[in-house]
Design a protein around this ligand. Sequence first.
Ligand code: ATP
Ligand code: MG
Length: 570
Amino acid sequence: MTEIRNLLNEDQEKTAAGNFIKDIIENDLASGKHQKIVTRFPPEPNGYLHIGHAKSICLNFGLAKTFGGQCNLRFDDTNPEKEDVEYVDSIQNDVKWLGFDWGGNLFYASSYFQQLYEWAVKMIKEGKAFVCCQTLEEIRRDRGTAKGAGAESPWRNRSVEENLDLFERMKKGEFKEGEYMLRAKIDMAHPNVLLRDPVMYRIKHSEHHNTGNEWCIYPTYDYAHGQSDAIEGITHSICTLEFESHRPLYEWFLEAIGIEKKPRQIEFARLNLTNTVMSKRLLLKLVKEGFVKGWDDPRMPTIAGMRRRGYTPESIRDFAERIGVAKRDSVVSINLLEHCLREDLNKKAPRYMGVIDPLKVVITNYPDGQTEEFEAVNNPEDENSGKRKVPFSKTLYIERDDFMETPPSKFHRLAPGKEVRLRAAYYITCTDVIKDAGGNITEIHCTYDPQTKGGWSADGRKVKGTIHWVSAENSLDVEVRLYEHLFNAEDPMICEEGKTFLDNMNPDSLKTVRNAKAEINIKNLRCGDRFQFERLGYFCIDPDTGGNNIVINRIVTLKDKWAKIQRSEE
Ligand code: ATP
Ligand code: MG
């Protein structure tokens, strides 16, 4: 990370505070360098998208929208072994779900294979590329270091004819993988090691998800990316900081081929988030080795996982906006992401009552067999959300930890002899505690005050606590999945010797509660619907719901660590 920082020049430092990319675009439009901007989001279809990609999507599509330009979705599919149509489909789905639209501008780098090949032939003819027989190990060995020059390949000075012939035969499939490569002929003493005769093409005898068996030579990222940008007329090619040192090479290829309208590569700091990992390689490992249930496991930082968890696209866009775009690497707290989520859900999520750890309550002075309905406000944050009817009866459930037999003095919820409000219903007072032979509390008995209907006392008597409840006769049994962060450590990659990031996984990241109780109105909800269980958090209906089995995900609790930290700093 310090290395990256040292690469920054002062100008970049100065603009780092705002969105320096916006500034660049504004200047380019004002100066007439461009009439219209074109950006792109270029995922490699080798995994599902994650929250880091979401930042890039919001940035690229967002800039296009702000400046009335265009943003292409381009699959950077030059690596056939790891790529798959499953990923191509999921990526499109995720970008749409985030709220962005590429219109007709869906492209594949693999569609440019012919053009890229022709440009490579042109470079060979002009003495700018050569076919090399060195192995990858030899190429690495001879590359030299930042301090010392590399050694030229013994094949560097083949004739143009020989190069053309070999390249043609590479394409025809006459050679084995690794036998030959096409390399750019730049300078083995170049101060930037990436420009020391980099590989442009390698042989791969594997089927490509898009081009099938048409090609057995594949361009490298460095050779393909800038040229793909140029073909699409990209004006601003925005990528993450690790490509900063590749920029001279990006520009070298455009120049060497003789492309006139050159896209400009601009780098920004990738998103790093605490308590999770984001590299697709690591996420794939979690999926393949069964540490999570799949790419869309609600604990995953993937867009698919977050969607299933109950995240809203609005909250993710808001998060991307708040973290901004910088030139310096940093780590963002997952608490900020969850804060954005809570803010959005607070406005939108209707309230219901649910009890995750039920304790039975019998209202001894309430008539047997009677039920009545109370009106409860759907969402105090939304005037138009209206009210709903909640059934009340003699037997109820409350949250087990809302009752204490011998409470400390600051405990304002239910305890023997104490009175509390049942949200929107009545005041109740605990009279008896019933236990089993083992001394465990099995139910409690209470009396209610009929004068407190709706949860307000006519005599102005106040109670300190309000608790949630559901009617035992008129409620639903539900399965609730409680999620915590996937990793306990803020940086899961820091581990003791001999251990890996897997050892930092949180063993309690999923807790399944099978006997939870929910207000009857929940039955009208559909898969994906989000709501608040009062006092507990935000939840949503999971797609595993079916038949009589209702499965509910906890999206996030109500406790906002981010807001608390902000307040304490003020
Ligand atoms: P990973 O490191 O997770 O495997 P990647 O960079 O290999 O990701 P790509 O599919 O190549 O994945 O990424 C597509 C685009 O998303 C690129 O422009 C990349 O710079 C951007 N991107 C990837 N990860 C992040 C991140 N954490 N923050 C911001 N942008 C990102
Ligand atoms: Mg990549």
